[in-house]
Design a binder for this molecule. Sequence first.
Ligand SMILES: [Ca+2]
Length: 258
Amino acid sequence: MKKIYTITTLLALWLNAMAQDVNLRSPLLQELDDNMVLVDGGTFTMGASQNQLKEAESDEKTCHQVTVDAFYICKYEVTQDLWTYVMGKNPSHFRGARLPVEDITWNDCQKFIAKLNELTGETYRLPSEAEWEFAARGGNLSKGYKYAGSNTINDVAWYNANSGNSTHTVGGKMPNELGIYDMSGNVYEWCQDWKAPYSNQHEVNPQGAEEGSCRVNRGGRWGGSARACRTSDRSMSSPHYHFYHLGMRLARSTKNQK
Ligand SMILES: [Ca+2]
């Protein structure tokens, strides 16, 4: 009996190891890992900085110092091939393996992330709003651009004047200072936070409100204005809301983070 138990245990361990090996070899998961950009921690001014002021809305006007720890963020929005690999179905309105996934709720993002972490053993998550803005501004390499990577929107973003009314293959425009694409335009990106008014205090790793009714969306979209593509512009949606302009970008904690 003991022998049978030992053989069964060894077989289970071997199958588990094989499964992990298969996942490690999955080109999409490997590519995702390769596409995660390390953003060194730092302190920046969050909110409508001087070059944003003319177009700024009230919810972004309280400029304040924010410090974030180092984290990883993907250089691309989540693509439809990755979403389909993890979830087994594709909810997107516009179809294409390398188009960003869209028409997903914040709750869908959490399910996707849970499955992805199960497959990889990693700690993928949505970025916080502060992490998103720090990364969009180019982190410690920031040149202070109005959009993510340029003051000329056409260089870096798909929006209503150039998109032809659809999403585009990720990475089709110039990247920002950190090598990250499409933070301005293409699809809006869900952040982890409940939307909250800004504090005027220096904050460290802010995570938004403890509760609320809407989660943060950032970066503008293919069918929206240039104004909404600015690095400090803030938008929000109910976590149950989905539409074909709303997608996501993955972040990942470093080994030093929880
Ligand atoms: Ca985007």
